[in-house]
Design a protein around this ligand. Structure first.
Ligand SMILES: [Zn+2]
Length: 82
């Protein structure tokens, strides 16, 4: 396990540490975008998708119509906005 200096307080902290134990500085902040990419594979995301799908199935048709209209308007502005 390697040690590095905390950029905030200069304490020696483990490179495995998420935050500096002395000052709480987030040491692994720069690795967050990579984490977000793998979030698509994590099971709780699919749980959320399933719940969204379930919510969609119980949504009244009028709400679906409003969403469909919103998508049409959005698509219209995207194609004519150029
Ligand atoms: Zn620190």
């Amino acid at each position: 396990m390697a040690l590095m200096k905390c950029p905030e307080c200069g304490q020696n902290v483990s490179t495995q540490a998420r935050t500096c134990p002395a000052c709480g500085y987030p040491l692994k902040a720069e690795q967050r975008p990579m984490h977000e990419q793998s979030a698509l594979q994590s099971p709780h995301v699919w749980g959320r998708v399933a719940r969204a799908l379930g919510a969609w199935l119980v949504t009244p048709w009028i709400a679906k119509l409003i969403v469909a209209l919103a998508v049409c308007v959005l698509a219209y502005f995207m194609f004519t906005g150029k």
